[in-house]
Design a protein around this ligand. Structure first.
Ligand code: NDP
Ligand code: MG
Ligand code: MG
Length: 340
């Protein structure tokens, strides 16, 4: 089994002498900045004036412009939206990089697909928490943590790994387990997971199930509860006990249905298409399309998003959730699974 590191395996002294700039104060940014600060590290947040700037100040963290924060810092963690990172890096971060600094990412996309090409005299590594930013913060406050991956792309100082591990410990990753990856593995598995399983796979499975019931004449409300609402219970069971734990809790009828009908929904053809999706990720087709879509100001993204939000399952769901005040949407958009 891969070696998993915990707090007691990690020395943090190397990071204590350094200044850390956390660029961005969104889902990941606020969690990294606050957790590092409370772990005793010297943190400055780099931002433009606006919503995040005000929030960071309210939270009592030191705030500066992206240029200033980058200039002050030895370790620069870039937690801006992936799409904007290349431009902001080029204009505001790169001119303030010094030899021996560390450039850090929470997702490998821009380095792996060469959208950012750092100079050779800085360390470049990855600290990717395997969970949404709000959970990185919430679990830390509870004395726990979210597992984190680290990966070294460039080790200019000979200390990149030690700095990376100390950083992972500082955000609470060492409480849950820190394991090594590469930029390539993190980028490709992250994109595949969110496309085929976690986000794309699940959303389309839920919608297809809902549509099947409604088209057969069943009430949309019943279809919503069955195909969307109940999913949480199942996912909680999977999280705690894997497939076996989930199957232990459901009825034997449900388990038999799982065994005989599951493979009729997800079959060899589905897996072949998953392989196609993985190929598109590996050979850069997906990245290329997404980069062009952003350059064109997201025409397809916006059109599909508007259409999806009007789907009947969303209309019905909004009404039903209004009547269940205990089902609260704690963090809009960003608290859902977005593994980078
Ligand atoms: P968010 O969209 O939540 O936050 C973006 C932050 O960047 C905001 O504080 C925003 O501030 C700031 N920002 C945007 N544009 C600029 C600009 N031009 N100048 C200065 N600041 C700017 O990002 P995420 O936390 O979701 O993602 C950050 C990184 O973490 C990405 O690489 C992502 O892949 C990775 N990641 C994310 C996960 C997650 O849970 N979301 C999980 C694991 C990895 P403002 O208020 O001014 O707009
Ligand atoms: Mg049932
Ligand atoms: Mg992702």
């Amino acid at each position: 089994m891969t070696k998993v590191l915990y707090n007691h395996n990690i020395e943090e002294a190397i990071l204590q002498e350094k200044k850390i700039a956390v660029i961005g104060y969104g889902s990941q940014g606020h969690a990294h900045a606050l957790n590092l600060k409370e772990s005793g590290f010297d943190v400055v947040v780099g931002l433009r004036k606006g919503k995040s700037w005000d929030k960071a100040q309210e939270d009592g963290v030191e705030v500066a412009t992206v240029e200033d924060a980058s200039k002050q810092a030895d370790v620069i963690m870039i937690l801006l939206p992936d799409e904007y990172q290349p431009t902001i890096y080029k204009e505001q971060i790169e001119p303030n990089l010094e030899s021996g600094n560390a450039l850090v990412f929470a997702h490998g996309f821009n380095i792996h697909f060469s959208q950012i090409v750092p100079p050779s005299d800085v360390d470049v590594f990855l600290i990717a928490p395997k969970g949404p930013g709000h959970l990185v913060r919430r679990t830390f406050e509870d004395g726990a943590g979210v597992p984190a991956l680290y990966g070294i792309y460039q080790d200019a100082t000979g200390q990149a790994k030690d700095i990376a591990l100390a950083y992972a410990k500082g955000i609470g990753g060492g409480r849950a387990g820190v394991l090594e990856t590469s930029f390539q593995e993190e980028t490709e598995t992250d994109l595949f997971g969110e496309q085929a399983v976690l986000c794309g796979g699940v959303s389309h499975l839920v919608k297809a199930g809902f549509e099947t019931l409604v088209e057969a004449g069943y009430q949309p409300e019943v279809a919503y509860f069955e195909c969307m609402h109940e999913l949480k219970l199942i996912v909680d069971l999977l999280y705690e006990g894997g497939l076996e734990g989930m199957r232990y809790s459901i009825s034997d009828t449900a388990q038999w249905g799982d065994f005989v009908s599951g493979p009729r929904v997800v079959d060899a053809d589905t897996k072949a298409r998953m392989k196609d999706i993985l190929t598109d990720i590996q050979n850069g087709t997906f990245a290329h399309g997404w980069i062009l879509e952003n350059q064109a100001n997201r025409p397809q993204f916006n059109a599909i998003n508007a259409r999806e939000n009007k789907h009947q399952i969303e209309e019905v769901g909004r009404q039903l959730r209004e009547l269940m005040p205990f089902v609260k949407q704690s963090q809009k958009k960003k608290d859902v699974v977005n593994n980078g």
